[in-house]
Design a protein around this ligand. Structure first.
Ligand code: GDP
Ligand code: MG
Length: 174
């Protein structure tokens, strides 16, 4: 199909909605608005001369029903796994999601574009997870890694560019 599905996972409050909104709409809201589940669509270029629809699903994170989570994983072509650099706990909460990804995708996981994201890099005084610790987890998983700030619009475009560049079956670009 010409749809390319990206699912965004992570604990509550890490900035899943903020990163998605920043990318899709260019906006940022300081207030916490709990998400149900929303999908955003954008047209991107595919194999130079074609277009396809990038579908970004902003999930409810850990509060998602396990069956819903598995469905998002089985339907997803690529994944963004977010923690907050201000919370060690949020990094720990990614572990079950990573396990489930491995289980559902099986051997194909090595070909699935995944970016591990340390968000809220602007909150330096509250940092609990070092850049090195994030890099280490990403290299163990064999996925990409980037630190972002949805608030200051740092590395948001780069996150999506790097994710799409990890897709080897099609040539995707923003
Ligand atoms: P979600 O539950 O993962 O969707 O998290 P939200 O996107 O709703 O963000 C939770 C809270 O963190 C909100 O108050 C946001 O304004 C704030 N937030 C999100 N991204 C950043 C960021 O990059 N830096 C800072 N300082 N706050 C952020
Ligand atoms: Mg949200």
């Amino acid at each position: 199909t010409s749809d390319y599905r990206v699912a965004v996972f992570g604990a509550g409050g890490v900035g899943k909605s903020s990163i998605t909104q920043r990318f899709v709409k260019g906006t940022f809201n300081d207030n916490y608005v709990p998400t149900i589940e929303d999908t955003y669509r954008q047209v991107i270029s595919c194999n130079q001369k074609n277009v396809c629809t990038l579908q970004i699903t902003d999930t409810t994170g850990s509060h998602q029903f396990p069956a819903m989570q598995r469905l998002s994983v089985s339907k997803g072509n690529a994944f963004i796994l977010i923690y907050s650099v201000t919370s060690k706990q949020s990094m720990a909460e990614l572990a079950p999601i990573i396990e489930m990804l491995k289980e559902v995708k099986g051997a194909a996981i090595s070909e699935v574009p995944i970016m591990l994201v340390g968000n809220k890099k602007d909150e330096d005084a509250k940092r609990e997870v070092s850049t090195g610790a994030g890099e280490k987890v990403a290299s163990q998983m064999g996925c990409g890694f980037i630190e972002t700030s949805a608030k200051n619009n740092e590395n948001i475009m780069e996150l999506f560019q790097q994710l799409l560049s990890r897709e080897k079956k099609r040539q995707l670009a923003l």
